[in-house]
Design a protein around this ligand. Structure first.
Ligand code: PA5
Length: 445
């Protein structure tokens, strides 16, 4: 058993009656998760680790090998669910310094996740004089951020390579048959990978969306899928009392106590992008119909020196979930100084991991004393299997938590609002009326 939930620091916030009252809603949520519909219910991620398309997986590994052999740089174009998981996994499995470390795998840069020309220009400059491959990822094939970035990157590629060379260097991950990107990839003869129809963006890291870039950094993507499958089997075996369900129940319990912000925290900086991935997963799944826990994140101890004050003493609307890594990759011992100028002589010879652990326990006790319930999600170590388990744990918890909350965890109707306004303001044909309306509004401000 690897990933597990520890709730002993939250016991004082959990009333037995309130927990029992949740039971019926959990039973319903479990039934909703397991129910299958004739229509696309976006639950393809649920069985995916148990019956992955092995041919697709082998093709992903071949493409990753080709990119590793032929390129110094992989540019990954995508946003939201078509971006966060891969970046999070690479930083978690390798390092947040991956790109500047000495290695025999390509540097991996992520673009198309903003409209910033400065940011894109920085990445294009980093590619000068280097062999480049591109993985453009978009399920809809029409997302503006990624489409613009793909145009710019393709223009850079056209200056560098012939059309037939580009064909060998562009890998498109998109819908099996629909969308502008699929049509374009077919026309140009690019390699394509499929995002299954029934897997939504934020649940797609264990498909080609995440697995291709992750495999390029040399990670064992089969072990990730194995980890996810292990978690699934464990959840099935443990039934209603499994840790992912318990996490889903407890966060709803805190929410009903008025704790409407959950802070996901880690004491490992390599987890920073996992925090971002988690925020999208829970934020897009639950924040709707005027409901939902707002997902925030911290990396401790850095953020104890910025947000620590608020967490300890600010408005009491918070609970924390600390993702705890049990084993470090390499421990370091604090050296002794001839003269104890900093007064830390008592730490001479002590492991850094011990300091990190005690900082965590000290903080847990301080924050719970300050009225902030704390849960711990613990994993053993930074490897592919643990990561797969962790990802699947959060998938299940998110789906069940959304159902308990009473929302559909698999849609995201709210994300269209800004897009419509932006298209109108940029003059997209068909949006003329909305443009008039918005300009009138702006001028009246
Ligand atoms: O989770 C989601 O559905 C979104 O975050 C999408 O992944 C994001 O908007 C990108 O969409 P697409 O893959 O269609 O470009």
């Amino acid at each position: 058993m690897s990933v597990r939930l520890i709730d002993k620091y939250a016991h004082e916030f959990i009333e037995k009656d309130a927990l029992a009252a949740m039971e019926e809603r959990l039973i319903k949520a479990d039934a909703m998760l397991k129910a299958r519909s004739e229509e696309n219910d976006y639950k393809g991620w649920y069985d995916l680790p148990l019956n992955y398309d092995t041919e697709e997986l082998a093709a992903i590994e071949r493409a990753a090998e080709k990119i590793r052999t032929e390129s110094d740089v992989l540019i990954v174009i995508g946003i939201g669910g078509s971006y966060l998981g891969a970046r999070a996994a690479i930083e978690f499995l390798r390092s947040r310094y991956y790109n500047i470390q000495k290695k025999d795998t390509p540097e991996i840069y992520f673009v198309g996740n903003s409209f910033s020309g400065d940011d894109l220009d920085d990445v294009l400059a980093l590619c000068e004089g280097k062999e480049v491959s591109v993985n453009v990822i978009s399920k809809s094939g029409t997302t503006t951020e990624s489409s613009i970035a793909f145009r710019m990157v393709r223009h850079m590629m056209l200056k560098k390579y012939t059309n037939s060379e580009i064909k060998e260097r562009v890998f498109v991950t998109t819908d099996k048959e629909r969308g502008a990107l699929k049509a374009f990839a077919d026309r140009e003869g690019y390699n394509t990978f499929v995002i299954p129809d029934d897997v939504g963006g934020r649940f797609s890291v264990l498909t080609a969306v995440g697995l291709l870039p992750i495999a390029v950094c040399g990670a064992d993507v089969r072990a990730m899928l194995r980890g996810a499958a292990n978690m699934r089997r464990r959840i099935d075996a443990e039934g209603m009392k499994n840790d992912a369900y318990r996490y889903a129940v407890l966060r709803n319990l805190f929410y009903e106590q008025g704790k409407c912000v959950e802070i996901l925290g880690s004491y490992e900086p390599s987890f920073r992008m996992m925090n971002e991935w988690w925020k999208q997963l829970f934020g897009e799944s639950e924040g709707k119909d005027g409901k939902g826990i707002f997902p925030a994140s911290v990396i401790f101890s850095a953020d104890l020196h910025s947000l620590g004050q608020y967490i300890q003493d600010g408005k009491r609307v918070l609970f924390e979930t600390i993702v705890k890594q049990k084993q470090v990759r390499k421990d370091m011992f604090i050296p002794s100084n001839a003269v104890d100028i900093d007064g830390l002589g008592f730490l001479s010879g002590v492991k850094m991991s011990s300091v990190n652990d005690e900082a965590m326990i000290g903080t847990l006790l301080a924050h719970t004393a300050g009225g902030v319930p704390n849960l711990i999600v613990e994993y053993d170590k930074r490897d592919e299997e643990n990561l797969g388990e962790l990802i699947y744990f959060f998938f299940i918890a998110c789906a069940v938590s959304g159902y308990i909350l009473g929302v559909n965890p698999f849609d995201q109707p709210g994300v269209e609002a800004y897009k419509r306004n932006m298209y109108a303001l940029l003059g997209k044909p068909g949006y003329e009326e909305l443009k008039e309306e918005l300009l009138t509004k702006i001028h009246a401000l």
